[in-house]
Write a new protein. Structure first.
Length: 412
């Protein structure tokens, strides 16, 4: 619902805006990295959806006046805590249309910032990805200007727009803020974990830090720590407020506890070899090979009971030896048929670098025996049965237990 021009002008004229601040914390140790400045209306013009207010301001050509008022109020309030903690960063929202205006250069030059006791390196310009950037080249030049002046850049709402990754490539921001849509229930959705994991790899390659927005539960927080996300903010951490408050000690302890558990898991994992050292190499045939040829190949390799079918080196199915033998009882009919006619999908694909315990964790809930097919960048590498993996795991566990007992005895 659009805000009427009269209400909008009254808010701007009477400066009916107050800032609130939400902490952005490090997921390494729970310390406060900075605060995002948000705005709320005051007086009788109480507006619940601030996005509606800013959208209406743009329609009525009042977005400069409104955002300038928000920045003014933010600087006035931030003065009280930025001076006490010069290492703290302040994230302020700036829409692309405003950052493209030369008037912003005058407003946030170092002389004016010094009036509030703020240095340019403390200020991070957070550009919302929701707004269309009409002239990309001009906008990128404006961003370079602010970079040269010592400001840092954050892109907001990555994940809510199709141009997100392209915008990261073009602007090379210092921070990207991942939209709540990718964070919500991430502990229940593997596809979201995979997307975030890819973003972490991308951010490391591009020297960009990731800030996850909208954390609302411990379960979400735990996954983000495990994935290696740099920073986070959200109601679970702390709600936006007019005054600055310390982060809850229990939350900080919880983050440190997750890291402690991750270290324990890493130490435990070192006992288990990557599955590439355990699997049987070979044991695969082209998916369109005639059944009779596969039958003859199996006769020459009596120890193989399951065959992996590959198409352009990619695993596409499994054939049981017993099933093929059964079909060869009717050799005249089946001998020239392609082997993939007997294929099933009773296999689990795992990367060759995964360790033994990780593979067993992935297959723990399977209801029946399946073949573990090991891949190298998606291509067939080898195979091993689930039972053999379990036997190997038990041997290593027994050896690890004996080693632990020896160390304990020596310590005594």
């Amino acid at each position: 619902m659009m805000i009427q021009i009269e209400s909008l002008e009254e808010i701007i004229r009477n400066k009916q805006i107050k800032p609130v601040f939400q902490p952005i914390i490090s997921l390494k140790d729970g310390s406060v990295y900075g605060y995002e400045a948000l705005s709320r209306t005051t007086g009788h013009n109480q507006i619940a959806d601030m996005e509606e207010l800013f959208s209406s301001a743009k329609i009525h050509n009042k977005n400069w006046e409104l955002e300038a008022l928000c920045r003014e109020k933010t600087m006035e309030s931030a003065y009280t805590f930025m001076n006490l903690s010069p290492q703290i960063k302040l994230f302020i929202n700036v829409c692309p249309g405003v950052i493209s205006q030369d008037a912003l250069k005058e407003e946030i030059n170092q002389e004016n910032l010094s009036h509030y006791g703020i240095e340019s390196h403390q200020l991070i310009l957070e550009i919302t990805e929701r707004r269309v950037i009409e002239d990309s080249n001009s906008f990128e030049n404006k961003v370079l200007y602010y970079r040269d002046k010592g400001f840092q850049l954050a892109l907001d709402d990555i994940g809510s727009a199709f141009s997100g990754l392209t915008r990261i490539k073009d602007l090379q921001p210092d921070f990207v803020k991942v939209d709540r849509g990718l964070i919500q229930n991430i502990h229940k959705e593997d596809i979201k974990k995979a997307l975030l994991k890819g973003m972490v790899a991308f951010s490391k390659a591009s020297h960009t830090k990731i800030i996850a927005e909208g954390i609302e539960s411990y379960e979400e927080l735990k996954v983000l720590v495990e994935l290696g996300i740099d920073y986070a903010q959200g109601y679970f951490i702390q709600r936006p407020a007019e005054t600055i408050a310390p982060i809850d000690e229990n939350l900080v302890a919880a983050i440190k506890g997750i890291h402690t558990e991750l270290k324990k898991q890493a130490q435990m994992t070192s006992f288990y070899p990557p599955v590439k050292y355990l699997c049987n190499l070979g044991g695969a045939v082209p998916y369109d090979q005639p059944m009779v040829e596969v039958y003859e190949w199996l006769a020459a390799n009596p120890g193989i009971n399951k065959i992996c079918l590959i198409k352009n080196q990619i695993p596409v199915g499994i054939v049981d030896k017993a099933q093929l033998i059964e079909k060869m009882a009717h050799k005249d009919f089946y001998q020239n048929k392609p082997i993939h006619l007997l294929a099933n999908r009773e296999m689990v694909l795992v990367d060759k670098e995964l360790r033994l315990n990780e593979v067993l964790a992935l297959t723990a809930d399977l209801e029946k025996e399946v073949l573990i097919v090991v891949t190298d960048q998606g291509n067939y590498f080898g195979k091993i049965s689930h039972k053999k993996l379990q036997k190997k795991f038990k041997k290593i566990e027994l050896k690890r237990t004996k080693s632990a007992h020896v160390h304990l005895k020596n310590d005594l």
